[in-house]
Write a protein that binds this ligand. Sequence first.
Ligand code: SDX
Length: 429
Amino acid sequence: MAEKSATLQIGNNNFDFPIRTGSIGPDVIDITTLYKNTDCFTFDPGFTSTASCESAITYIDGDAGVLLHRGYPIDQLAEHGSFLETCYLLLYEELPTVEQLADFTFRVTNHTMIHDQMTKLFSGFRRDAHPMAIMVGVVGALSAFYHDSTDITDERQRDIASLRMIAKMPTIAAMAYKYSVGQPFVYPRNDLDYASNFLHMCFAVPADDYHVDPILARAMDRIFILHADHEQNASTSTVRLAGSSGANPFACIAAGIACLWGPAHGGANEAALTMLNEIGTPDRIPEFVARAKDKDDPFRLMGFGHRVYKNYDPRAKIMQKTTHEVLGVLGIKDDPILDVAMALEKIAIEDPYFKERGLYPNIDFYSGITLKALGFPTDMFTVLFSLARTVGWIAQWKEMIEDPRQKIGRPRQLYTGETMRDFVKVADR
Ligand code: SDX
């Protein structure tokens, strides 16, 4: 079939660019030769119309509200799979067999401890430090303790570094939480599954036995699955860009954590619960909806809207179901914040302003309520998001590093500053 192409006319000249078609989703116009042939750049702040890479990991159909990981719908993975199965799928392209899953689980389980000297890093932070500040610092410091897995040109080292981060993130996240509440660190246990181990490290105390409720552990595991990867979002693009310079994987993941912290991105789950608490009761919702529409008011409904989803975020629906499950197990019948969330969601999705702009609840809208019910303080919500997203960042980083066409990412600009001028001595200014 003849290759499709796009023709760009600049003045009296026509320039043809090949159109490439993926397995599903929009075609792309390959403009890699644009600057060389036309002396022009494209201009697309926020990359609203720009594909930064070719990837086979995750596909999102924002209009249909579809999310696939290596072709598997997120609702099926969340319903039937485990987080470690999803990790294996994202990293190695296929769902694991029984033997492969057992081996992967064994390898992750036996890498959950961190170098004991790293525990001293925590005492360098104020107790009231935001746990995300600790995550950025401690995860970045992993490269100072695991030199033997920082050579990105060595496939074996890449695999070890990947496994170490998936295994150690729950331990570091739990330690960040324990440090913030002034309790002693709880070591990982090899007899517990991934989510149970994390809950145990967060909520066990030396003075008492702590048994993880299997339904809550399953809910935690499902929350991790929902947050595992999401195409070329801001933090994943940060990890790819950092990795494109050849930086070690630990530093790249720390960069991803820093980016995820922003309230427009992963910080929205913390901001959404803060917003719901500020609204307080359903009768105050109209006041906040009016503010969200007011162009002179910077306020936005946190947990609403998405760059890609102009329909319901499929993860939000599963998250909402998990919220009700967790509240049910915990016997929380009338959570006033959930009442506000349900009322706000109903009002917003029927409001023309939000419908016209495709503003629906995203994953962050319900996750905060669930995590609060599980016992986490709001400043831990984005930490949990970064724990789960680590596998997505690593899978995307690995895909980029292993692409022989990969080169350092270096965008250009539209320059609107001063043209060249001569220096003027201070006495003459
Ligand atoms: C995540 O990219 C990912 O995949 C991210 C993520 C992942 O898994 O990695 O899905 C996780 O980050 C989810 C998003 C969490 N963020 C929030 O919930 C913060 C609140 N949402 C917004 O800040 C916003 O919706 C964004 C940042 C998520 C998306 O912004 P866009 O795509 O840049 O859209 P925009 O700012 O151009 O808004 C389009 C219109 C504007 O109105 P008009 O100028 O057209 O009149 O919609 C309005 C905006 O004012 N709008 C909102 C709104 N979000 C957009 N109005 C009120 N409340 C909102 N939340």
